[in-house]
Structures are given as C-alpha cells and as structure tokens.
Design a protein around this ligand. Sequence first.
Ligand code: BEZ
Length: 255
Amino acid sequence: MADRRTAAGQDWSAEGYAAHAGFVPALGATVRDLLDPQPGERILDLGCGDGVLTETLAESGAVITGLEPDPSLADAARRRGLVLLQQDAQDPFGSGAYDAVFSNAALHWMPDPARVFANVFAALRPGGRFVAEQGGFGNVAAVVTGLRAALQIHGHAIPEPGPWDFPLPRLQQARLERAGFNVISVDLIARPTPLPTGIAGWLETFAAPYLTGIPAPERPDVLKTVETLLHPLRDDAGDWWADYVRLRFVALKPG
Ligand code: BEZ
C-alpha cells in the first residue's frame, strides 16, 4: 500500500492474505451478525480487503459497496463482483449515501481515526449505524513485544509510534462522540486466535511496517529471533496462536 496515510511499508498480496490470514474474514461472523444487514439497505464495507466477508453481507439482500485502497486486495474484491471504491478511508466517500457503514479488521491500520470517523458520519443518512470490529487495547501485544525486542537485539530502530491503532473502549467512544455519534456499545474481547501458517506466516503477512528500515538480507535473522522469542505462543501440540483482542462497537448518527 503506497498511500502516505496508511501504515508505512505494508504492501498486500491477495494470495498471501488468503493463505496466511483467511481466518480474518472467517472470524468476522460475530460483527456481521451485530450489523444485521437487511434487504435493500445500502451498506458500505470500510476496508473490505479481498471481499470474502463483504460477499457474505450481500447474501442478506443488502446493496453492498466495498472501500479498499490497496490495488491487489481491491482487484480480488472486484473479481468477486463487488462494487468498489478504491480509495483511502481518510478521504471523503459520500454524503448521506448509506444506511450503515461496516468495518472488520481495518480501522487499526488508519492513522487518523478522527478523519475516518468524520467521513463515516458524513456518509451515513440520519439514523444510520456504524458497526465495526478492530484490534483493541492489548491486541497482539506479545507479538509486538517480540518484534520490538528483536529489532533492539539486532541493533535496529523501533518504529515509534507503532503502525497500528489499538484503542481502549473509552478512547474509541470519545472519538466517536467527538465525530457526532451516539455510542450504543463498545466492547473489548480477548480472542486467542490459531494461526494456520504459524507465526512465520503471520509475520510475512502483517509485520512489514516493523521491517521496512532493515536491509532485506538481514530480515530473515530478525524474523528468526522474533520466532524464538515468541515460543510461548505455541500450544501443547506445537501450534501457534496470536493474542488477539477485539474492540467491537455500534454507533448511531442521530436521526
Ligand atoms: C488485527 O486484525 O488485529 C491485526 C492485523 C494486522 C496487524 C495487527 C493486528
């Protein structure tokens, strides 16, 4: 992703995402149920990625539009037949055009939540709802600690601030209220998550923002150190889990 306002260094590959992170849309059923899409509703899926979860929203009979800035993921979503806005969510995307805005596992990549929330507020009709799940406070804290420790051990700078926004419920509630929303619920939920291709696959897919400053030939050694440090994330069968924590919220634009 080459946009100046998305996490530096993160380039997506739709194939890599499907192989290493297929659990992300698969575990989106809870927030989709919270959205409860209705036939004929106009719904925007903010940061729809490759469109796997978006496609299931359409099964309700709602009219779905995806928003995705990354070219590889946007192409994958289009190949599923989705109508797509290929743009950054920090730029405006409509005025009163949607009954609901939905988002799964995307908001934590966006460095300017105030802008995103202002854009969501503008894009909703009065009475419209914003239903989202993202990483919450403490999300992948062990993985982040492993990355930071490995960078230090190998003599590399630690990116500050980190690339991801994992807010406490009270912070996200304050941001939503500042944008004009009435907040109905904000919940923080621990969700240890099995990693189908281990920590190596997860790091390959998501850790690029921590690796951009490191010359390519040195990266494998750094990643080996991360993997060694993170051995406590393996279960009794030797399978890897990540310490995911989700933040899930429902907010309404006053009618
Ligand atoms: C998440 O979905 O929680 C996540 C994704 C990428 C990096 C870190 C966390």
